[in-house]
Write a protein that binds this ligand. Structure first.
Ligand code: ZN
Length: 81
């Protein structure tokens, strides 16, 4: 397998993995993972300026681990586990 170019709209500019962006895949924006999960500001800040707003980051990079940020509580709030 070859290394995908980082400028691809389908790949995360931070890790090069598939960003799972619904819009890039031609699906409705509301079906994208980024509509259901908050994007970590630190992750957005790490995206190169030239690619900001051009390419989506992947869920792994866009959402920080729970110990790095306050976990986002659901609207009605009971935590799983
Ligand atoms: Zn990533």
């Amino acid at each position: 397998m070859s290394t995908p170019p980082l400028s691809s709209p389908f790949h995360c500019p931070l890790c090069g993995g598939h960003n799972q962006c619904a819009m890039a895949a031609g699906r409705p924006p509301e079906s994208c993972w980024c509509m259901a999960q908050p994007i970590a500001p630190a992750a957005l800040a790490a995206v190169p300026t030239a690619q900001r707003g051009q390419v989506c980051i992947c869920p792994a990079c866009g959402t920080l681990p729970a110990d790095a940020q306050q976990p986002f509580a659901g609207p009605q709030g009971s935590a799983p586990i």
